[in-house]
Design a protein around this ligand. Structure first.
Ligand code: DC
Length: 230
């Protein structure tokens, strides 16, 4: 497959990451989970008691944060490393999900993350998932997918994912967290979550992961074929 950028945006817990990972694997592209980056920043801010209302503190903290994706022996995909430490498991916990939308709404945080994401995508051949990839990080992406799904289905899937990682979280708590994050992510001032006008809308409510992957691969093939025709 020709090197293109595939941007997958959408609401929390619609299956973006799972789909993006598998699409990247099938195409031999690099998968970049931008949510993991915002989660790692949130972890650092919590560990260092950074006040979100204090721009100087935020900016100093950001200059001390070094994020990398690294493959490990036990992971099929790259894990998130924060200042050299593997934080992949920690950043998926509920206390991070509870704070990440507030942290990712800050302009300085977004500027720093977007800069790094754009550098990672320079060579193309990437599948990047997030909230503002098609609208802000790579508005020129060759393929933009916007994922959505019914709340109950999203919450049920997220609860199952958490359970598989050993965290038993009541469904009501999962729903509350998703609703709160959707609300903050869609209404924030800095690059809010919105479907790009040229994005393909995929409702994953009644799709299996395999079907989601096939849909994205179908559009990717279409885009590449059209590009070759010129
Ligand atoms: O994809 P995720 O649920 O792990 O993302 C966690 C949060 O990070 C999400 O609620 C909003 C924020 N985020 C963002 O603002 N922009 C992105 N490109 C990716 C995530």
């Amino acid at each position: 497959m020709q090197n293109i950028i595939i941007a997958i945006d959408g609401y929390s817990a619609c299956g973006k990451s799972t789909t993006a990972k598998l699409v990247a694997e099938k195409l031999g592209f690099t998968y970049i989970d931008t949510g993991a980056m915002y989660r790692a920043v949130t972890l650092y801010f919590l560990q260092h008691y950074i006040s979100l209302d204090n721009p100087k503190e935020v900016s100093k903290a950001l200059s001390n944060i070094h994020l990398t994706f690294q493959k490990t022996a036990s992971s099929t995909n790259a894990d998130m490393f924060l200042n050299g430490l593997n934080v992949e498991d920690e950043i998926r916990k509920m206390y991070i999900s509870d704070q990440v939308s507030q942290v990712s709404a800050l302009k300085d945080v977004r500027v720093a993350m977007v800069d790094q994401q754009q550098r990672m995508g320079k060579k193309k051949a990437i599948v990047m998932d997030g909230r503002d990839i098609g609208t802000h990080v790579f508005p020129q992406a060759e393929l933009k997918i916007f994922m959505s799904a019914d709340m109950e289905i999203r919450a049920g899937r997220r609860q199952q994912e958490l359970l598989e990682k050993g965290q038993l979280v009541p469904l009501t708590e999962v729903i509350e967290n998703i609703r709160k994050r959707d609300a903050i992510d869609t209404t924030r001032k800095e690059s809010p979550l919105v479907q790009a006008s040229d994005a393909v809308l995929v409702d994953t409510s009644h799709l299996t992961i395999e079907e989601q992957v096939d849909i994205v691969l179908h559009y990717a093939t279409e885009v590449v074929t059209a590009k070759m025709k010129g």
